[in-house]
Design a protein around this ligand. Sequence first.
Ligand code: ATP
Length: 319
Amino acid sequence: MEKIAVLTSGGDSPGMNAAIRAVVRKGIFHGLEVYGIYNGYHGLVNGNIAKLELGSVGDIIHRGGTMLRSARLPEFTDVEVQKKGIEQLKKLGIEGLIVIGGDGSYRGADALSKLGFPCIGVPGTIDNDIVGTELTIGFDTALNTAINAIDRIRDTASSHERTFVVEVMGRDAGDIALYSGLAGGAETILIPEENESIDHIIERLNRGKLRGKKHSIIVVAEGVMSGVELAEKLRERIDSDVRVSVLGHIQRGGTPTASDRVLASRLGARAVELLLEGKAGRAVGIVENKIVDNAFSDIIDQPHNIDRGIIQLSKELSI
Ligand code: ATP
């Protein structure tokens, strides 16, 4: 193998740049030519591809977002469109592709691998919802962004004796809510993986009030319901000033944490090694601090496992 390419796809996440840098530098270290594909599968199909040098990835390790930009291309489910992408790669003599993204991006990479073009996936998403890895690139940064916000909200909540609902990202996976809620000392954490009734939330709030608590913080993952909707339900039932803060896209951006940069560097480098070893149709991940790899077929469409022990702990600590 002499030429490989890398793209980022789906939602961007902090640390994707560090992963791109690792792919490019590890590839060049092993004597490969490395190409960058701009705008995800859209750029692949349209031939938006350029050779990257050592310097092309200089001064990006600390930047959020992705220098290769990201895009969504719903038509990429069509096999003819996938074949067009492969043609673009073959035109340049590229023999392997590394896809940094989430579950949807993995499906695209799996399809290309099944058509005979070797692809390796690198988990890049703030949601931490990919099977086969304990962490995804960007999760730690998003978590820290959420915690910073919750800490600030706590200051104002206690000054005004308010109940604050903080809506964080997570349509299907509650990891950001669970871990930011635990680290931020939230009274209640609502995640898509668990059913918590409004009655139960009210009961907790009242219990806190009885023991003299002046404020409360409730963290809700967007997949459960919107923060605004939850606040409305609470206002009907409790005698407290309920305010809402929707963190939104600030969770996507920002300087990646040291953990995310190290993770991205390790995973990006391992992806290159796998291509050099002749592997295809696999995704890298981290389990118990060891870099692992799994077949796409074993991880795509598998239910994301949230840590039940952490859910239980968060409940025990917020009685
Ligand atoms: P995030 O977790 O941030 O949402 P993602 O990678 O899951 O990231 P998606 O929008 O689901 O984001 O997928 C990104 C792109 O991957 C899609 O726009 C499409 O081009 C491609 N893709 C998704 N599903 C498939 C599929 N079944 N077959 C081929 N390509 C797909």
